[in-house]
Write a protein that binds this ligand. Structure first.
Ligand code: MSP
Length: 649
């Protein structure tokens, strides 16, 4: 069905073959939470599509050529090939620890890939789209990117990563990318889902409209790359080489049958981070247009992760290590958190407090308790042996209908890679079942023999519901799904479970023996605050008189808008309403509220009679009250029912 305008028409682009790729990762460093996120997101999507009956193919791999890898290898005392060979287990082991099930792992140093790059270069060259010239300009080795002056405004720093740029002056072969600008714009226009989330489309369109320059696609001042037949002494620019991997792996050069199925007749999706969108949404499609190949169907760009509100960096020692997290919380909880916490496409913040809260409330409480209560009651009332169903009541029907709705919702969210929303929908169903227990009150039914049949029906509804929940969470948390099935008395290969097998509500036959209940998501104990404070005598330093306090006018204010203050990282400027006037208040709490727009609508306390002042050029007409403890600074929130302007005494 059409998903863009709900016109009800069949969507011609729906395809039962699904080919999904992650970026291929540079091997200059180990995988980390950023690369893990892309790979987990792709794995979840692949498992989901497979469970929906699609014929899927999932590719990941490593990007092994280029100046950056050559430099790293040299620094570590290896040849580039030795270095890349040495790094591969680090990637493969991490993917295995994170329960990633890929179909192929491609390395750009493999023969099949070298042949494939030679093929695309030849085709593009024969089409007259490659010419010889000279490149003189700036290059970022870290991003392996050329930056024409018009993108730099005189700066010598990489606009993407901030590192110092190198000056490159060398003979180079150029790809006539400019020739394809209009065709590409037309393609983007005609294919609304070409760039997802949709919010990223405009950024790409604007970039193309600025004017596309031809791209330097060869280097001749170092040698770690794929040689170019028609350009002796030159190696292929690493991005031209790397992007081609997506076709190599599905037989571009050596397997026409596979290529036809997996490239030409699949929904081809490249999952990437927002930092490499231009390479995928501009350079790659232009290469394909020139080579006469089909363009990918969707390029899906996710946001970036920070750690406890700050950019991750080795120097700050705040880089999240997936192994540590898996050890602390388990692989499923880690996968769940990453996909639930940040909306896809938006940046996310990795915070221990948020991880623990989600595990305790969503996994242990909502889901874990539902399973535990159900199994506990079944055991208590029927010794854990499934009994016959009685008459279906209105509430049962309502739950079943809700499930059908949830399935559609989840599928729609997953089409648009909205993992967090899909999980939200699944949790809506979990909450409904928890509420179903409260409403049907099995403990009350159990007291009266006349209600025994109804009790059986209620308990069966819960078991059937859990069976479906396990199916829905399986792409995200395969191990936990498996455990739920075991506790429900089934031995199910979750990786091969298909939607067609879970649509009916009759999985539990009379006499089926349920398994033993045990918590799948143990609660995480939060570090206990010190209960006993050291005995000190109560003493007030610098006491003030009530009259002194009365001088301070504290009011409740409503936050109408929040923005950053230009040129001041720490400051946020708040537009607030104090019951009578709108005021601007500047506050140094930017660090604690990276998602400051979420504050709009909140009510907080402010000192209203402070002398007005100016901070970094912005007038501040008051002061917001905050608290500070070891977890940082927080605003003092007030119940929303209290009116703006209320006096705090
Ligand atoms: N080799 C290129 C990709 C070539 S694809 C034909 C490359 N490699 S990379 O190893 O530098 O990065 C790979 C991915 O990791 C990117 O999608 C990038 O967005 C992602 N991340 C790296 N750090 C990240 C975060 N802190 N947060 C989220 N993802 C980030 O680019």
């Amino acid at each position: 069905m059409c998903r863009n305008c709900n016109c009800g028409k069949e969507d011609k682009k729906e395809n039962k073959n699904f080919y999904l790729t992650t970026p291929i990762y540079y091997v200059n460093g180990d995988p980390h939470v950023g690369t893990a996120y892309t790979t987990i997101a792709a794995d979840v999507m692949n498992r989901y599509k497979k469970s929906m009956g699609e014929d899927t193919y999932f590719l990941t791999g490593t990007d092994e050529h280029g100046q950056k890898v050559e430099q790293t290898a040299k620094l570590k005392g290896y040849t580039p090939q030795e270095w890349t060979d040495h790094m591969i287990p680090n990637f493969k082991n991490m993917w295995s620890a994170l329960n990633i099930k890929y179909d192929d792992f491609i390395r750009t140093t493999e023969e099949r890939h070298k042949k494939s790059v030679k093929k695309i270069l030849d085709v593009v060259y024969k089409n007259g789209d490659i010419y010889k010239g000279e490149y003189e300009g700036k290059y970022c080795i870290s991003c392996e990117t050329f930056f024409p002056e018009n993108q730099l405004n005189g700066s010598n720093k990489c606009p993407d990563c901030g590192k110092e740029l190198s000056l490159v002056k060398e003979e180079s072969y150029f790809f006539r990318m400019s020739k394809y600008a209009d065709k590409l714009l037309q393609h983007i226009d005609e294919n609304p889902d070409f760039i997802l989330p949709h919010s990223r489309r405009n950024e790409v369109i604007a970039f193309i409209k600025q004017g596309l320059q031809d791209l330097s696609i060869s280097r001749n001042t170092f040698s770690w790359g794929i040689p170019i037949d028609f350009a002796p002494g030159h190696i292929t620019y690493v991005w031209f080489d790397a992007l081609t991997n997506y076709m190599t792996a599905v037989g571009y050069e050596n397997n026409p049958e596979m290529f036809n199925k997996r490239w030409n007749n699949s929904r081809v999706v490249h999952m990437i981070g927002k930092d490499i969108l231009r390479f995928h949404a501009i350079i790659w499609p232009c290469m394909l247009l020139s080579a006469g190949e089909k363009l990918p169907d969707s390029i899906v760009a996710h946001g970036w992760w920070t750690s406890e509100g700050e950019k991750m960096s080795k120097s700050k020692n705040n880089v999240v290590n997936p192994y540590d997290e898996v050890k602390k919380y388990g692989v499923d909880a880690f996968r769940y958190y990453l996909l639930r916490e940040a909306g896809f496409g938006s940046d996310g913040d990795y915070s221990t407090k948020a991880v623990v809260t989600r595990i305790n409330s969503e996994l242990a409480n909502d889901l874990g308790n539902l399973l535990n209560r159900t199994l506990g009651m079944y055991k208590k009332y029927f010794s854990g042996i499934v009994v016959a169903n009685g008459k279906e009541e209105e509430i049962d029907k309502e739950v079943k209908d809700l499930f059908d709705e949830i399935l559609k919702e989840v599928d729609n969210h997953m089409y648009f890679f909205e993992y967090s929303k899909a999980l939200e929908s699944i949790w809506k169903f979990i909450s409904r079942l928890n509420k179903y227990i409260d409403e049907t009150m099995p403990w009350a039914l159990a007291k009266d023999e006349a209600h025994k049949e109804r009790l059986g029906t209620v308990m069966n509804m819960l078991c059937e519901g859990l069976y479906k929940i396990a199916f829905l969470i399986a792409p995200y948390m395969p191990e936990s799904a498996k455990k739920i099935y075991v506790q429900l008395g089934f031995n199910i290969d979750v990786e091969n479970l298909r939607i067609s097998e879970i649509l009916t509500w009759n999985k539990f036959e009379v006499g089926h023996k349920l398994g033993e209940a045990s918590p799948i998501f143990p609660r995480i104990e939060v570090e206990k605050e010190e209960v006993e404070a050291p005995k000190k005598e109560l003493k007030v330093e610098n006491p003030i008189d009530i009259k002194d306090f009365d001088k301070v006018e504290i009011k409740v204010v409503e936050i109408l808008d929040v923005d950053k203050v230009e040129g001041a990282d720490k400051l946020l400027k708040f537009k607030v309403f104090d019951g009578e006037f709108e005021r601007q208040i500047v506050s140094g709490i930017a660090k604690y509220y990276p998602e400051y727009k979420k504050l709009v609508g909140e009510k907080v306390m402010a000192v209203a009679n402070l002398k007005f002042t100016k901070l970094k050029g912005e007038v501040s007409q008051g002061m917001l009250l905050t608290t500070e403890d070891k977890n940082g600074v927080k605003l003092v929130f007030i119940e929303k029912t209290i009116q703006a302007g209320a006096i705090v005494k």
